[in-house]
Unconditional design. Structure first.
Length: 319
């Protein structure tokens, strides 16, 4: 939008109105910017199959960005591919974890798993929740808008058996919640650098502050975002479906306890949950999560190490 600058216009609307209009435009641009963060030129150049898109969300009432990385040979085949939805950590976006695409391709070259379509939605700092005020509705956007869009636009395997969700840190909680809340949508969930906390029982002030900010501490909204609630509600369906879970967390990670606790909850319900604890010298301590590895595209060593373990994931996707 262009702000008129003629003298007559400024006099007719008044300085106060002009400043208000300018502020509205700037705030609008800022809100749009947090939801649309296209890849850099280098990312586009160095990531084969990468494209960036925006979803004009009726639910969010704004455009939200997402990146897609198609597998080698997609354009010249009629094959349908599994889809992995990658949920980034807090403050990330649809471009912040694109380095993982190359790690996927390295795994695929080993013929351990088949080629997949990678989808990176922008979750910003949403917690992958629908917020109380209806302004941030990332869960509904992913489930109700993005997944149907991907299945309609690309040659995906448009069923639970062809769809997995992976997440890092904030994204790990989103991935596990989605797998239990929507058991007929995903065949596997992988959580890197995190697990789950029972939101109805937590005493953590950090989490309580998030629940107040995102959900106004409303008990029903908390229940709709509490993975432990859906674990109890849907564990029989999840077990029947054969859904696989992996929890990968460092020995010194401050979220290790949430991974251990959730793994125990899986075991108690006879669900398939595997846990990997990497040692500190592999970059798996909380202190090292902020250590930047430029060779990995500026990501933390912990996240890089997690992705290198994916060759053994999702056995039923093997060639």
């Amino acid at each position: 939008m262009t702000i008129p600058t003629s003298t007559s216009y400024r006099h007719s609307i008044g300085l106060g109105t002009l400043l208000t209009t300018l502020l509205t435009v700037l705030l609008s641009a800022g809100a749009h910017a947090q939801w649309v963060e296209p890849p850099t030129g280098d990312q586009l150049k160095n990531t084969p199959g990468l494209s960036h898109h925006t979803l004009d969300s009726a639910i969010m009432k704004t455009a939200v960005g997402y990146s897609v990385v198609l597998p080698p040979g997609y354009e010249n085949s009629e094959v349908r591919y599994p889809v992995v939805y990658w949920l980034h950590g807090g403050g990330g976006n649809e471009s912040s974890s694109l380095f993982t695409a190359q790690l996927w391709r390295d795994v695929e070259k080993s013929d351990t798993i088949r080629h997949v379509i990678l989808v990176y939605p922008n979750g910003f700092r949403s917690g992958y929740m629908d917020h109380h005020d209806g302004k941030i509705m990332i869960e509904s956007l992913i489930i109700k808008e993005l997944i149907p869009l991907i299945d309609a636009k690309y040659r995906s395997i448009a069923s639970r058996d062809g769809r997995a969700v992976h997440g890092f840190s904030m994204g790990s909680t989103g991935a596990l919640k989605f797998a239990f809340k929507y058991p007929d949508l995903f065949c596997a969930a992988v959580a890197y650098g995190g697990g789950e906390v029972d939101l109805a029982k937590t005493k953590s002030q950090f989490i309580l502050d998030i629940l107040e900010r995102n959900l106004r501490s409303d008990p029903e909204l908390i229940r709709q975002n509490n993975t432990f609630y859906f674990l109890e509600k849907n564990h029989e369906v999840v077990r029947k479906n054969g859904t696989q879970f992996w929890l990968i967390c460092g020995t010194d990670d401050s979220w290790k306890e949430s991974a251990v606790t959730f793994q125990q909850a899986l075991i108690e319900r006879s669900l398939e949950g595997k846990k990997i604890e990497a040692t500190k010298d592999q970059g798996w301590s909380w202190d090292e999560l902020d250590t930047i590895d430029q060779k990995a595209g500026g990501s933390s060593r912990a996240e890089v190490d997690a992705l290198r373990l994916m060759a053994v994931l999702l056995a039923h996707w093997d060639n």
